[in-house]
Design a protein around this ligand. Sequence first.
Ligand SMILES: C[S@@+](CC[C@H](N)C(=O)[O-])C[C@H]1O[C@@H](n2cnc3c(N)ncnc32)[C@H](O)[C@@H]1O
Length: 230
Amino acid sequence: MKVKITDVIPSVRLPAGRVGKYTIDQFEVNEMDAVTYNLKQHLHDTPEMGMIPGTYTRLWRQDETPVVMMSDTLSERRDHVDFVLSAWGDVLINGLGLGMCIDPLMEQEEVCRVTVVEKQQEIIDLVAPTYCRRYPKRFRIVHADAFLYEPEECPDVVWNDIWDTISDLNVPEMDTLEAKYEEAAWVDSWARERCENFVDFVKARIEKWDQIAKNLRLLQENGRFVDSSD
Ligand SMILES: C[S@@+](CC[C@H](N)C(=O)[O-])C[C@H]1O[C@@H](n2cnc3c(N)ncnc32)[C@H](O)[C@@H]1O
């Protein structure tokens, strides 16, 4: 069954704000930004990561170089669709971020309770009050490290999303968290397959960009493209 991503996971509804080094703000993607971004994704052979114009919400960490930890762009939402559609009963999410799945989970009658485990108190202070007010009975935030947290009972469904970026280095942590909840009916981790294939993906990307750079250089020098045997 094909589902519309934005029907399963709507835009995040959080006010802009800042606590310590964490900031939430809204940003606009116009038609031109979207076209440029989508062309880049096509070049990377990841057209499914495309963007549509609109207003989005993001969570920043103010490091030396600011890092976007999470946003509710289409590709981020796509990554959470299977989880939201699989959720029922007692649901555990490791990693609060923007809490993007909380609203859609609460729409589902078969979800009794959502517990989110978050390590950073500042992110809890920034994000959790909105959801505590919105869902006083069914939402619970726990300040803990996901690897150390011990629930009284094993949840029915567990979603691990504690990573900012895709990397093969995330896989052992995913294995640990998934093994910890092996008795749950459903357990998965954000972008597991892409993390597992990360090294091959990067190699293919480098080869592709090498080829593009070579073509552009030759075009400049000789006014022609190389053919595939060059
Ligand atoms: C990418 S964000 C999560 C995005 C989230 N799925 C959402 O819907 O917005 C990752 C979150 O995990 C938290 N985190 C990182 N390591 C953690 C750990 N060991 N235990 C609990 N939370 C952790 C981060 O502070 C951050 O809030």
